[in-house]
Design a protein around this ligand. Structure first.
Ligand code: ATP
Ligand code: MG
Length: 394
């Protein structure tokens, strides 16, 4: 029996964004994601993208799994394809969904007829198919409100599609429909979640990680690769800049008052990230900060950090509790990696009593104690560039 995958695109209230651009980018993302499984033909009609496998060896279960993590999709299902003939539809519904019907107690049939020349209208298709299936599965009851299985019949221009329960898609908007963001990724719990949240809103990701060898280890960098590989399952490939931050951190230690260490460090991170974002044509920075979580994330500190950024800083975790962020990190499978205990550059040279109510003027005065220009430029120029894909983490 011939099968296809039906993909329903999401975000129906598209304000300002052209629907066909949205769909074109979504199809491109799906194509890229499925390309390593084999060849598919794609067609678009009535908010549905049909992915038709062009060779028999394609693993459709794996294709379904991949589609489940592509943003911009509200629902998707495997469907049997048959001719537009009522008897054919009845037989196919039974052979395709008979086993599934044996495993449930209640069902209903939903029909859509976009080809108005088909001699049965939607209620008539439901009646015919429902009656036929009930006769073969006498244990079943029809439940129109909360059925355990919905049998969908879609009579289209060329064929009829028959499918059972639709799976819920990842939601959001297709990655690439809302510009690009530079994610500041640590090895912690919050920043991978922040990246995932912005990718869900259609933002393509690049990333920057600050490493301070020998204070931070190679293993800590590998952890960041593994985290990004998990985020890439949803966002697609991510270009990663790894910045050597050691000289800057040592200069901060040597030239600034201890209580200001973290704040100056975070402002330098923003400066370097802004410069790299510009190279990448990114329009925003993304961090995992959440207000009040630690001393460098008081409302005062965040204000001072912002002043060093040349681009808007998106902080999607800002209003979330740690438990809520953890829930999301479990959902995207980054939690177990994040909790591995490798040091981050933020955890070296930490002040015993960090300043929690800094002002921009105080930070400007502190930073004036040293000329950072060359160190910042060198850090930007020597950043290592790699591309992280979801396979990286396997
Ligand atoms: P996370 O769990 O994301 O590490 P956190 O609660 O530990 O966050 P901080 O360590 O203060 O908080 O970091 C705040 C944000 O700064 C992070 O979410 C991340 O966006 C950025 N950040 C921290 N350390 C680094 C790093 N080594 N490289 C790049 N970005 C970093
Ligand atoms: Mg951290």
């Amino acid at each position: 029996m011939k099968e296809v995958i039906l993909i329903k695109d999401g975000e129906l209230a598209l304000k300002g964004l052209n629907r066909s651009t949205f769909e074109d980018i979504l199809v491109k993302n799906i194509k890229r994601r499925l390309s390593r499984l084999g060849k598919f033909a794609f067609t678009k009609a009535q908010s549905t993208i049909t992915a038709e496998p062009l060779d028999d060896t394609i693993d459709l279960s794996e294709a379904m799994r991949q589609i489940g993590s592509i943003f911009g999709i509200v629902g998707y299902s495997r469907a049997a394809v048959c001719e537009k003939d009522l008897n054919e539809i009845l037989r196919t519904a039974e052979s395709y969904l008979g086993d599934a019907l044996n495993r449930v107690a209640t069902f209903k049939v939903e029909a859509k007829r976009s080809d108005k020349k088909f001699p049965y209208n939607s209620p008539a298709i439901c009646r015919e198919v429902g009656g036929y299936l009930l006769a073969r599965h006498p244990h079943l009851k029809v439940d129109v409100h909360t059925p355990q299985l919905i049998v969908n019949i879609e009579v289209r221009d060329q064929y009829t599609f028959i499918h059972g329960n639709q799976q819920r898609g990842a939601g959001g908007m297709p990655v690439g429909t809302n510009g690009k963001g530079m994610l500041l990724i640590s090895g912690g719990i919050d920043s991978p979640v922040a990246g995932w949240m912005m990718a869900k809103r259609g933002i393509e990701l690049s990333a920057v990680h600050f490493a301070s060898p020998p204070y931070t280890s190679k293993r800590a960098e590998m952890k960041v690769h593994e985290l990004l590989a998990k985020v890439a399952v949803y966002s697609g490939r991510i270009k990663l800049y790894t910045v050597c931050f050691t000289d800057i951190q040592e200069a901060i230690r040597d030239h600034c008052p201890e209580e200001m260490f973290t704040l100056v460090m975070r402002r330098h991170m923003m400066r370097i990230a802004s410069a790299l974002a510009e190279k990448e044509n990114a329009q925003a920075l993304i961090t995992g900060e959440s207000v009040g979580q630690v001393a460098s994330q008081t409302i005062y500190a965040l204000g001072c950090t912002d002043q060093a950024a040349a681009l808007p800083v998106f902080r999607p975790c800002i209003g979330l509790d740690k438990t809520e962020i953890i829930e999301l990190s479990r959902k995207i499978d980054t939690f177990d990696i994040s909790i591995q205990p490798y040091e981050d550059c933020c955890t070296i040279f930490t002040p015993k009593h960090p300043k929690t109510r800094p002002t921009p003027a105080l930070l400007d005065a502190t930073e004036a104690l040293y000329d950072w220009t060359d160190l910042l430029q060198t850090a930007i120029d020597t950043a290592k560039i790699e591309t992280i894909t979801q396979e990286e983490g396997l």
